[in-house]
Design a protein around this ligand. Structure first.
Ligand code: CTP
Ligand code: MG
Length: 227
């Protein structure tokens, strides 16, 4: 079975205050860290990166700086994460069985996690990684708590998310037809009627969204280097 990875990397980093995917994090562009496990994992056949056209050359030079035999395609993203992935899906090879989507802005993904998800596709056709919320959760309105949510049933979801190719293709086509918008891929699969499996993973895999996340990522990478 062959799997392609799709890495959406065409964002503008509004909440971060600048574009983050090519910014140097402890000496390497952020996307470098994200790409390494996908380039190294034998579970991944090829990689499609959705980027802004003006970043193509820089992204290509990051890929070139990592010695790899793997085919990496850089394609033009869209105005939203969803449209970037839609564009990437259109560029997948016809012989591919599985698609694994992972945010460029999550540099702590591991080979093990990617392989765990791809392996799950032997027994399901859509799977996401997540973990239970450790904070107490409240529903609020106008600054007032309206109810406390039973956190036993609430999961926080990240990427990677992996799918049988047909599932993610159908989900994205339906979303386009019906003007459905979501911030992750599994929501679109759910809305298209597919069952999405969730696997628990509590490894560090946060998305760099704000400057505070960047500081945390720098500190973690420094610690890793010193271990
Ligand atoms: N992304 C994308 N195309 C877009 C928007 C986002 O490929 N039009 C990618 C980002 O590059 C990132 C991932 O989707 O790797 C998750 O997005 P997010 O953290 O929201 O990044 P940005 O969209 O860049 O940040 P912001 O929402 O703060 O502008
Ligand atoms: Mg965004």
């Amino acid at each position: 079975m062959l799997a392609s990875a799709i890495i959406p990397a065409a964002g503008s980093g509004k909440r971060f205050g600048e574009k983050k995917q090519l910014k140097e994090l402890n000496g390497r562009p952020l996307i470098h860290y994200t790409l390494i496990p996908f380039l190294e994992s034998p579970a991944i056949n090829d990689i499609i990166i959705a980027a802004q056209k003006k970043d193509f050359a820089k992204i290509a030079s990051v890929v070139d700086s990592i010695s790899t035999e793997k085919k990496v395609k850089i394609i033009e993203g869209g105005d939203t994460r969803q449209s970037s992935i839609y564009n990437a899906l259109a560029q997948t090879n016809s012989n591919i069985d599985y698609i694994c989507v992972h945010d460029a802005a999550r540099p702590f993904v591991s080979k093990e996690l990617i392989e765990k998800l791809i392996n799950e596709l032997k027994s399901c056709n859509a799977v996401t990684v997540g973990h239970k919320s450790s904070d107490t959760l409240k529903e609020c309105s106008d600054g007032v708590v309206t109810r406390t949510i039973d956190r036993k049933k609430i999961w926080q979801v990240q990427t990677p998310q992996a799918f049988a190719k047909e599932v993610v293709m159908n989900a994205y086509e339906l979303a386009k037809k019906q003007n459905i918008f979501a911030t992750d891929d599994s929501s679109l699969a759910e809305k298209a009627g597919y069952q999405v499996k969730i696997i628990n993973d509590s490894s560090i895999n946060f998305k760099i969204t704000t400057q505070e996340d960047w500081i945390m990522a720098e500190a973690l990478l420094r610690l890793k280097k010193n271990v």
